[in-house]
Ligand binder design. Structure first.
Ligand SMILES: Cc1cc2nc3c(=O)[nH]c(=O)nc-3n(C[C@H](O)[C@H](O)[C@H](O)COP(=O)(O)OP(=O)(O)OC[C@H]3O[C@@H](n4cnc5c(N)ncnc54)[C@H](O)[C@@H]3O)c2cc1C
Length: 300
């Protein structure tokens, strides 16, 4: 399809930006432009968009809050489907039905207001619901697997699939969606009746903990590496003498060695070089090959 851009402009409720700088949409604040940055504002627009994309020869990437993504300095020669406008949240008894662009913070706060417990662990994770399901995000003993009941997602043909939790293969920072290209649209979260004040106290406690331990004062994309079996990443990196180590503008955080921060106008190349240096040093000292937790996108 040659004039697919014209076709895109015919889709109602679709915001279109050309050459949009992705550094504005990632928490690491790094990344060159995407050829097309599309924000569907209705389910119908999303369906039309998936059907159109199927017929053109251009890669696409679904972007939530960009809190786990490193985008290359040269950007992305493809289509970003940004879920930022899918933020409707409704309640049914102890269940929340939320669209994938809703933030975990919003969901945790709303659950607390409705005296629903179970989302406290997620209140400080700076991602969207879709990204959190894709990653099976977790913290402080909780993970998305504990609260998800079912998910509806669009496949590459624009068909909607409703998937029960057992079909999602949620495991440590992994889900079926990392193997099967789908756009997560909505999810049903099952929570428990709780006490508003207790829920709020737990959220505050966890967020204080996070603030004390994590370098939230700098741009980052969370933990740089997945936790290897039988080890903790932070101590491995510290043992390799990498605490505070800086390459270009990227630094191994002094506050939390498990985080790489954008200390001073880092480039994506700086981040990648630093990842490789950490992997090499840790492997030499401890014999463990760390695997990045980040998702990488575009040209570096
Ligand atoms: C300061 C900080 C602290 C963090 N703390 C934690 C933590 O405690 N625990 C934790 O698990 N993570 C943590 N993270 C990492 C990150 O917040 C989570 O992985 C989060 O779930 C990513 O959500 P997102 O919306 O930002 O996803 P993005 O970064 O936008 O995308 C991540 C992946 O999900 C895919 N994706 C996103 N939305 C959809 C969708 N609707 N359909 C299909 N695929 C989709 C993307 O294509 C991409 O592959 C932290 C990050 C930061 C910056």
């Amino acid at each position: 399809m040659k004039n697919y851009i014209d076709e895109l402009y015919h889709i109602k409720n679709l915001s279109i930006k050309e050459n949009a700088p992705l550094k504005d949409y990632t928490t690491m604040q790094i990344g060159g432009p995407a050829d097309l940055f599309l924000t569907p504002k209705s389910e119908k627009a999303l369906i039309k968009l998936t059907k159109l994309i199927k017929n053109i020869n251009k890669p696409y990437f679904v972007l939530g809050k960009g809190s786990n993504v490193i985008v290359g300095d040269k950007g992305y020669r493809g289509i970003i489907i940004y879920t930022g406008s899918f933020n409707k949240i409704t309640f049914k008894n102890n269940n929340i039905i939320a669209q994938s662009g809703s933030t975990l913070k919003e969901l945790a706060n709303i659950a607390q207001k409705h005296s629903l417990a179970g989302m406290e662990f997620a209140s400080g994770i700076p991602g969207s619901l879709g990204g959190a399901i894709y990653m099976n995000a977790g913290a402080y003993g909780g993970e998305m697997n504990d609260v998800i009941k079912k998910v509806s997602a669009y496949d590459q043909n624009g068909n909607k699939k409703v998937m029960q939790k057992v079909e999602l293969n949620l495991s440590y920072r992994d889900s079926i969606f990392q193997k099967k290209e789908c756009i997560i649209f909505e999810a049903l979260l099952e929570l428990q009746k709780g006490n508003k004040d207790k829920i709020s106290a737990k959220m505050n406690k966890l967020n204080r903990k996070r603030k004390n331990k994590q370098p939230l004062e700098y741009p980052s994309a969370g933990s740089s590496f997945k936790r290897p079996a039988n080890y903790y990443t932070g101590p491995l990196i510290e043992k390799a003498n990498m605490k505070g180590y800086q390459l270009g503008g990227a630094q191994v955080s002094e506050k939390h060695t498990g985080f790489i921060i954008n200390k001073d106008n880092a480039t994506a190349k700086d981040i990648v070089n630093l990842i490789q240096k950490i992997q090499k040093e840790v492997y030499e000292i401890s014999g463990v090959m760390l695997k990045p937790e980040y998702k990488f996108l575009g040209e570096f």
